[in-house]
Design a protein around this ligand. Structure first.
Ligand code: UD1
Length: 381
């Protein structure tokens, strides 16, 4: 097939931006691909969206669906409704979705129903916990995708168990790690540590936003209670996700937290900041003694940075971060969280190695495969 392969790339929520950045960059340099960028608008705050386009050099979206927040059904349906006419107008050869957010399944499903080929980047991850909205999004997206690009070998077993033929599966590495490796040096010049007043001060870094952790008052209070005990030994920096902020306020749990300007002369604690841009956050993560999180991506990033990662979840869809990396799952039991935190502080944090193919070249591998499907095998288009 000659001509240009039109690839429509989808982003919606914060973790999508780090994944699409290297793909857009490689696609823009590839003469046989015309990349189009669609932002669903799932995340819309300056700190949750625009800042990432600026810091990561992502071109402005060609199309913005501006869906905003809503229940899962509302958000997914709105994206589908607004995305369908875009597909009918632009007629892409391929729709590429990343990760496991509502935008991922909504756009994959819309494209698939119009018989447009779908590529899923970060396919095959499974937590085996169907109460997680992301698990449903992952299962369904993989079931209807034509090309499944995977980050770790556990995905091969998961997908073949679900009947996905091996020819659809491509082990390419991790595009989020492409972005991490590309930006570690740049992030060094961020002045965030000084700006927060943490110069020459050890600290741990915390993020928390999973509905299972932050939508239940008792669970959230138990986590804060554990973190307050760790905070006595080492201050904890906590950039707060908007949904978490809303829940902390509605549950009346602000008493556990310190807001800026901080008083670091006291007995430590949990110090909040608004959500941070990519480079500031990467600087904080690179210099942290350890991280505490319920995010999927941070388990992977901490593994590559060699920072011990205490994951406040019972399961992970990214098992390689536990088998090879620095990750340990502690769930939300107060004593377990404290015990693990103190272990790290006593110098017994988990060491790890970098998983296979997490080498900064995943986006190039994906684009090479797309080109060969389009140009050489006529499979696309
Ligand atoms: C979404 C993803 C989750 C991902 C996370 C990263 C799904 C099902 N979940 O969760 O996998 O880890 O993004 O952040 O897609 N809000 C704002 N401003 C924004 C965006 C959200 O205030 O820019 C608030 C709104 O009150 C909204 C709530 O956060 O209702 C939740 O946003 P939503 O996109 O539904 O899910 P996240 O919790 O962000």
């Amino acid at each position: 097939m000659s001509g240009i392969c039109k690839v429509m790339n989808i982003v919606g929520a914060r973790p999508n931006f780090m994944k699409i950045a290297p793909l857009m960059q490689v696609m823009q340099a590839e003469p046989s691909i015309c990349p189009i960028l669609v932002h669903t608008g799932q995340h819309y705050d300056h700190e949750m969206s625009e800042l990432f386009f600026t810091h990561l050099g992502i071109p402005a979206p060609d199309i913005d669906l501006e869906v905003g927040s809503g229940s899962h059904a509302q958000q997914t349906a709105q994206i589908m409704q607004r995305f369908e006419p875009v597909l009918l107008k632009h007629k892409p050869d391929l729709v590429l979705v990343v990760g496991d957010v509502n935008s991922t399944i909504a756009c994959a499903l819309t494209a698939s129903k119009l018989h447009i080929k779908v590529a899923h980047v970060e396919a095959g991850l499974r937590s085996f916990d169907r109460r997680m909205p992301e698990e449903i999004n992952r299962l369904l997206t993989d079931a209807i995708s034509d090309y499944l690009f995977i980050t770790e070998e556990s995905a091969i077993d998961n997908l073949s168990r679900e009947g996905i033929p091996a020819r659809k599966i491509h082990f390419v590495g991790n595009v989020m790690i492409d972005t991490l490796l590309k930006n570690t040096k740049k992030a060094e010049s961020s002045d965030i540590i000084g700006r927060l007043g943490f110069m020459n001060q050890d600290y741990a870094l915390l993020t928390l936003h999973r509905p299972a952790n932050v939508d239940n008052r008792e669970t959230l209070e138990r986590i804060f209670s554990a973190l307050r005990r760790i905070g006595v030994r080492i201050p904890i920096i906590f950039p707060v996700h908007p949904r978490t902020k809303k829940q902390i306020e509605s549950f009346g749990l602000t008493c556990y937290l310190s807001r800026p300007p901080y008083d670091l002369t006291g007995s430590g604690g949990i110090y909040t900041t608004p959500p941070l841009g990519y480079l500031d956050f990467l600087k904080l993560m690179s210099n942290a003694e350890f991280v505490l999180t319920d995010s999927g991506g941070m388990q992977e990033e901490a593994t590559v940075l060699g920072a011990p990662c205490i994951t406040l979840r019972e399961n992970t869809e990214r098992p390689v971060t536990v088998s090879s990396g620095t990750n340990i799952l502690v769930g939300t039991d107060e004593e377990l969280i404290v015990a693990e935190g103190l272990k790290v502080l006593d110098g017994k944090g988990k060491q790890g190695s970098i998983p296979k193919l997490w080498d900064g070249l995943a986006a190039q591998r994906i684009v090479d495969i797309i080109v060969s499907l389009y140009v050489k095998t006529n499979e696309l288009g």
